[in-house]
Design a protein around this ligand. Structure first.
Ligand code: DGT
Ligand code: CA
Ligand code: CA
Ligand code: ZN
Length: 537
């Protein structure tokens, strides 16, 4: 599936700036291929190779525990090309005998296969962002369009999206439909009417469009933003108040007279509710809180003073510490925190005790060259036995310690919970990094008793990370709210491995909002002196 819809939508337009070849290991040859892929969404060289070896690598690779090496072996030995072949080979007990495939591996493959087969294909929020922006721009640029909005799960800020739902106000629906159904990259027009159209793009993304008149805009937006469960409960509440609500408006039960519909605010107000932000519309108690005027005041991107947990060329990042700090300055951050990898996590050049001194010295040099506060730190690997590979004394010399799990992910819940909690108790950890360790569409969360982890984090003044990497989004909204209800505090991280990764921070804000946080619950929204004090251990 192409990552970018088209080159215009590609954030940054890498190759045009000639920056690709400055990345270590990227020469002319690879740079050209990346540029071709970004521009066209496909790669001739890859397509030709694929024709020769007809394996559905993406599909097989999605199974936890099945990487390129094993996929190659399965193809060479058993001619397994796709999930179907794999399923048959498992049933016929053909895999057990292969070198490197023990009983346990086969059991895990069987389980992974079921997970992948049941998993509906959902898109990452960040992957769709450029598409949403481009479509909204095209629609809004037309004189036939009075208003255009994105609704559905995207508007609610969900980390994965099934399809996109657009809503337009127009008195010339035919014109709007013509624009919509002739957008670039459309594979198929599923429906084209005067109020409703649906299209599918080449990447299999479905986009729905509704055109309504101005009087219905608020009620239609409310309906299409959802969630379905929020809508159902809201309608019940309207009925109790003597109204009936549908996508065409709010009507008095008696006589069916129109009561409201132009804006969402007006509808909520009519039935005695505070306006509810889309991120909160997941039926997690928002209607009750709205009724009693107890909705949280959600943070915005403007409240964010800086971001934690960033990597550089010292480990597996693509940009130097200075380049990262300068980009942070451009983003108007007041601080950036560097947390390069420490520990053997399968990357080629993790920080070691020996390299740590030089790394800290370079951070000190960067401090002289930029105006924002630069925090020093590491992302240290939580070892299998519930210890960290650096002593307490050394950790105390750092400004920010992020501790996270990268290896030995398959532990029973009790052991895994103990592993994490003992690190939070014994070491001066500031932030628990990507707590559930899930990778969207790739890997399920680790088995962790979050209640226990939250209680331990609170007790030991450890901030829970909200990681903005598009495939992580970890913690996500629901556990964030659970943590907040337990009295935990949170830190927003970009986990950036390049300067462009820094601009993902709004994704962390989005999840903070979905988790009902306020600025007082989010370390990044405090004043610098207060942040520094909170980090002292
Ligand atoms: P998705 O696309 O799976 O990520 O999730 P949504 O929430 O975007 O769901 P979608 O695209 O099926 O529908 C968009 C909105 O339309 C949904 O959030 C609420 C509304 N909606 C759809 N079907 C129903 C329904 O049967 N009843 C009610 N009350 N609302 C619905
Ligand atoms: Ca949708
Ligand atoms: Ca839809
Ligand atoms: Zn990590």
């Amino acid at each position: 599936m192409p990552i970018f819809w088209n080159s215009k939508a590609c954030p940054g337009n890498l190759h045009a700036r000639g920056t690709l070849e400055s990345i270590p290991g990227v020469g002319k040859n690879i740079a050209e291929k990346i540029a071709e892929f970004v521009e066209k969404g496909k790669l001739k060289y890859y397509d030709e190779l694929k024709k020769k070896v007809d394996i559905d690598i993406e599909e097989l690779n999605a199974i936890p525990g099945l990487g390129p090496k094993r996929i190659k072996l399965l193809y060479e030995k058993l001619k397994i090309r796709n999930l179907h072949d794999l399923e048959r080979a498992i049933k016929e007990h053909k895999i057990e005998g292969l070198v490197g495939f023990g009983e346990e591996t086969v059991k895990n493959l069987t389980k992974g296969l079921q997970v992948v087969k049941q998993r509906p294909q959902r898109f990452l929020y960040a992957q769709l962002l450029p598409i949403v922006k481009a479509v909204l721009k095209t629609l809004r640029d037309s004189p036939a369009v009075e208003k255009a909005e994105i609704a559905g799960s995207f508007r609610r800020g969900k980390e994965t999206i099934g399809d996109l739902d657009f809503l337009v106000v127009s008195r010339q629906p035919e014109k709007v439909m013509k624009i919509f159904t002739s957008l670039p990259d459309i594979k198929q027009v599923l429906a084209k009417g005067t109020t409703k159209s649906s299209v599918v793009l080449y990447n299999n993304l479905q986009m729905d469009l509704r055109v309504v008149n101005p009087k219905e805009f608020g009620s239609a937006l409310l309906y299409f933003i959802g969630s379905k469960q929020h809508n159902v409960e809201l309608r019940k509440l309207c009925l109790q108040q003597g109204y009936t609500l549908n996508e065409y408006g709010l009507f008095h039960l008696q006589g069916k007279k129109w009561a409201a519909g132009k804006t969402e605010e007006e509808i909520y107000r009519k039935v005695g509710l505070q306006y509810i932000e889309p991120e909160l519309r997941e039926n997690m108690g928002e209607l009750e809180a709205s009724k009693t005027k107890k909705l949280p005041r959600l943070p915005t991107v403007k409240d964010v003073q800086g971001v934690f947990h960033n990597h550089s060329t010292w480990t597996d990042g693509a940009n130097s510490l200075l380049e990262m700090a300068q980009r942070a300055e451009e983003l108007k951050f007041k601080f950036i925190s560097f947390n390069d990898h420490f520990g053997t996590i399968g990357i080629t050049n993790p920080l070691t005790e020996k390299r740590l001194g030089k790394y800290l010295a370079e951070i000190e040099k960067v401090r002289q060259k930029v105006s924002l506060r630069v925090f020093s730190g590491v992302e240290i690997d939580i070892l299998k036995d519930g210890t960290l590979p650096l002593p307490v004394k050394k950790l105390k010399e750092l400004d920010v310690v992020v501790a996270s799990i990268h290896m030995a992910l398959k532990m029973p819940e009790k052991e895994m919970t103990k592993r994490v909690c003992s690190v939070l108790e014994k070491y001066p950890v500031n932030i628990l990094g990507h707590p559930t360790d899930r990778l969207l569409n790739v890997r399920e969360p680790i088995a962790l008793n979050l209640d226990t982890v939250f209680a331990t984090a609170k007790e030991n003044k450890v901030f829970l990370e909200i990681n903005a990497q598009p495939q992580r989004m970890d913690l996500q909204g629901e556990p964030v709210k659970a943590g907040k209800d337990k009295g935990c505090l949170f830190a927003l991280s970009t986990d950036a491995h390049s300067v462009d990764g820094l601009s993902h921070y709004p994704l962390a804000v989005m999840m903070a909002r979905r988790g009902w946080l306020e600025t007082k619950n989010v370390l990044n929204c405090w004043s610098l002196p207060k942040i520094e004090k909170a980090l002292q251990k």
